[in-house]
Design a protein around this ligand. Structure first.
Ligand SMILES: *Cc1c(COP(=O)(O)O)cnc(C)c1O
Length: 814
């Protein structure tokens, strides 16, 4: 990209305030934490419901950026940089991208639909890449912000584009249409995702179709409901397995490991083999097939390429590695755009200062190799990577573009040398194109444990955090509770993500939890809810902040503060307003005030209380009385001690039910992890944790035989039984056994047979096509933790925090 600031001012209709508008910019950024080449970057200060990038501009100027698109010049920044002032910075970003797109004239495929967008995009890229230099959306960048950023990635060498567009409500698609301006439209499966954003399915389909307003052709599966809504001005190329009047009629024949599609169209018939059996993959494959037909590919080429379609893995996974390393597994793609995203993730999740990147040859950037690898080199320097291991013939030739770099011709050569490379105490990004089979590297470096894993979706955590943030006043601070190992999900990784999102405080139950976070490099302030007096010294040593809930505790802490000669050490005063667990009661307040008066050893950083029934409508009056008492007691402290503490009382359900009690901060817990007490609110949260295992063994037993301890299940008919290696020692309640609960195997429910054992459980797979080694979902989307809690007479909190530490945690980001 090379766009002059002059031109940008014109395109955005911006008012310019600054000293020079002579420069040319070659990059766009929206995030102060992931800047690449600062001096020639145009920074758009986006304003979200709870995050305003204007407040980071000072930092961004310090990092060397000189050009900003803003709605106003933040105080203190006048004269320090150049500003393009607009009414709305998101609209400006979209206008900028639309203008940039208009400078290019090549075929562009625009993909939308409820499911399958990313897979269709990746597959189209795969089948078309031998003929074209393709620019495509990285990962699933398909939103109002993601689409402009994707399109801005186009450069002069590209001659084909593939972009996906996702919407959640009306009036969004026309904006994306203007940016993508697809010449070829692909509509994938329409499901129920985002239904809540639309008045009806019809409205949703109409909105999606707006992406194709100016396309030369729309490729879609024929369907009466959709046909009725397609404007007559749009030319179509349709397929179907049921409507014989579609342009392409497809019949499927499933074999053991592939499906033969018989394709019938006006020009004749042929067959292709697809290496998938499931319905969704076949639909996505047929969408790709129609694109190839539309682009006049010959049958032989179509057959060869479609037979090579592969499972698409779009996630960046964070895993524990050998020798105290952690691994970011991105072993499925290597293009420049997604490298940027992966390096960002590496920075946000690094466990140790040492960062290593293992990188294969990079494909399809559209740039000449010398320029490409020089840019990659710059990216590596900007991200302060300690060492680079290049694998592949091309990257080996450009070894001199990297500092501290060694290279190998291929993956096998690298694996043969693995032992000499001394991977230890570092965070590794493993990023390679599919053909390099970097999954072998991941397998070699991954810590080995058993096959049950708890997968944690970091995007979902970010989503849930933003959902609750959007319920707060802009000035309300947020403490996030990461006690009990992040409600069972993970300590450091989640804390790191929260730090990235700039929450204000973390809360833990005990000092040792806080110490391990601090030792792992977390810099956010951490409040310890239940500090034992024996841990006070350690608390001070690690700069943790104790909650003080009794005079005894206060006096003990003051004594230690005296010994350490502390001055104004932050403490948090807990008031008991009705929970009757910990805290000062009304009758102790005078003595508390007396003890704190004139004391310079400590400073009351915050005053808090905790609600007992914020989730229960029937106890609303009690909750309100707690808030009233909190108001009274905290006001007394503030008045008589003449202090300005942060006040906070609300937990997750308090945030939802008592907005009047937000005070200066709230304490978010269970909601972050995707669980709400409210059915309606639950719909807006995303599932965070999925407990996965595999089938160890399958057998068929005759009628009359029993399964498990105590013979509590006796088969009435021949029954196929699968054994799963997870039991009550891993946190699966015994109440879930004996026909109460189920697991999900290939999207179908398999009911638990007999009692849950310590390390195993058995399920009924009589009606489910499956084999040993197949994946099993113990909880996640189905069953949900909520459902499990209900049927086992407990609460989601207990289920999440009971998953044993022997279950490996794997974190991923989409
Ligand atoms: C655990 C806890 C929270 C968070 O509660 P959730 O119901 O999970 O939101 C808040 N405050 C205190 C004092 C807690 O112990």
């Amino acid at each position: 990209m090379n766009i002059s600031i002059q031109n940008s001012i014109t395109q955005l209709g911006a008012e310019f305030v600054g000293s020079t508008n002579e420069a040319t910019i070659d990059a766009v950024a929206i995030d102060s934490r992931s800047l690449q080449n600062s001096a020639t970057t145009l920074f758009f200060a986006l304003v979200g419901p709870n995050n305003d990038a204007h407040s980071y501009i000072k930092d961004v100027i310090e990092k060397g950026v000189q050009y900003f698109v803003v709605t106003h010049i933040p105080r203190g920044c006048e004269g320090k940089a150049n500003f393009l002032i607009v009414n709305n910075t998101l609209v400006a970003l979209q206008q900028f991208a639309a203008y940039y797109r208009s400078l290019f004239d090549f075929p562009v495929i625009g993909i939308t639909g409820s499911n399958g967008k990313t897979i269709v995009k990746e597959w189209l890229n795969f089948v078309l890449s031998p003929e074209y230099n393709i620019i495509r959306s990285p990962k699933s960048y398909n939103s109002q912000v993601g689409v402009p950023l994707s399109v801005i990635g186009i450069n002069e060498q590209h001659n084909f584009g593939i972009f996906e567009a996702g919407i959640s409500t009306i009036a969004e698609m026309e904006k994306l249409e203007a940016i993508i301006r697809p010449t070829i439209g692909v509509l994938t499966n329409i499901g129920s995702a985002h239904d809540e954003g639309f008045a009806s399915t019809e409205e949703k389909i109409k909105e999606k179709l707006r992406l194709f307003d100016r396309s030369q052709i729309l490729i879609y599966e024929k369907n009466n409901a959709i046909d009725a809504l397609i404007p007559s001005t749009i030319a179509t190329f349709s397929w179907s397995c049921t409507h014989t009047d579609a342009d392409v009629f497809v019949t499927k024949t499933r074999n053991a490991s592939n499906t033969i599609l018989s394709v019938r169209q006006a020009k004749g018939s042929f067959e292709v083999s697809i290496p998938f059996l499931d319905e969704a993959s076949l639909e996505n494959a047929i969408s790709c097939l129609l694109v190839l037909l539309y682009l006049n590919y010959d049958v032989a080429t179509i057959q060869t390429r479609m037979a090579l379609l592969y499972p698409v893995e779009m996630r960046l996974q964070l895993k524990n590695g050998i020798n105290n390393c952690s691994l970011i597994d991105d072993s499925y793609s290597a293009d420049f755009q997604s490298l940027k995203i992966a390096l960002d993730f590496l920075e946000s999740q690094k466990h140790s200062a040492k960062k290593t990147v293992i990188l294969s040859d990079i494909f399809q950037s559209g740039l000449p190799n010398s320029e490409l690898y020089s840019r990659v080199g710059q990216l590596i320097v900007a991200n302060k990577i300690s060492r680079v291991i290049g694998i592949g013939e091309t990257i080996s030739q450009f070894q001199n573009q990297f500092e501290n770099c060694i290279t190998f011709k291929n993956t096998a050569e690298f694996l043969a040398q693995l032992d000499q490379l001394n991977f230890e105490n570092e965070t590794l990004l493993i990023k390679g194109a599919r053909s390099f089979q970097f999954e072998k590297i991941v397998a070699a470096l991954e810590e080995k444990t058993h096959e049950t894993v708890l997968e944690i979706n970091l995007n979902a955590i970010s989503h849930n955090l933003n959902f609750y943030k959007s319920k707060l006043q802009p000035t309300t601070k947020m403490m996030v509770m990461v006690k009990a190992f992040g409600y069972g999900n993970g300590g450091f990784e989640i804390a790191k993500l929260l730090e990235y999102h700039q929450v204000d405080y973390l809360g833990v139950a005990f000092a040792d939890e806080g110490i391990s976070l601090k030792n792992a490099g977390i810099q956010l302030p951490i409040m310890v809810l239940n500090p034992e007096s024996t841990s006070f010294s350690a608390i001070i040593q690690h700069e943790l902040e104790p909650e003080i809930y009794s005079l005894k505790g206060l006096k003990a802490f003051l004594k230690i503060a005296e010994q350490h000669n502390l001055h104004q050490y932050p403490i948090h005063i807990k008031l008991d307003t009705g929970m009757h667990r910990l805290g000062f009661e009304a009758e102790n307040i005078q003595e508390l005030i007396h003890t704190l008066q004139e004391n310079q050893r400590v400073v009351v950083k915050s005053v808090l209380s905790h609600m007992a029934t914020s989730d229960a409508e029937e106890h609303k009056a009690f909750s309100l009385s707690q808030i009233r008492l909190f108001e009274e007691l905290s006001s007394q402290l503030i008045r008589e001690l003449n202090i300005r503490p942060i006040r906070h009382i609300l937990n997750t359900s308090g945030i939802s039910n008592f907005p009047q009690g937000q005070y200066d901060m709230v304490r978010l817990g269970i909601g972050l992890y995707g669980v709400s007490n409210d059915r309606e609110e639950q719909k807006y949260l995303e599932n965070v944790s999925t407990l996965k295992s595999v089938i160890s063994q399958i057998r068929t037993i005759p009628a009359g035989d029993s399964v498990g301890y105590g013979r509590r299940f006796v088969a009435e008919k021949p029954t196929r039984v699968a054994t799963i290696p997870i039991g009550y020692a891993d946190g699966i309640a015994r109440l879930w056994g004996n026909g109460v609960g189920y697991v999900t195997i290939h999207n179908e429910k398999a009911i638990l047979l007999g009692s849950v054992c310590m390390d195993m459980l058995m399920v009924d797979v009589t009606e489910i096509e499956c084999t040993e080694g197949d994946a099993v979902i113990v909880f996640g989307e189905s069953p949900t933790v909520m459902e499990m809690a209900q049927k086992t007479q407990t609460i989601p909190y207990e289920i999440l925090t009971s998953i044993s530490q022997r279950v490996k945690r794997v974190f991923y980001r989409e």
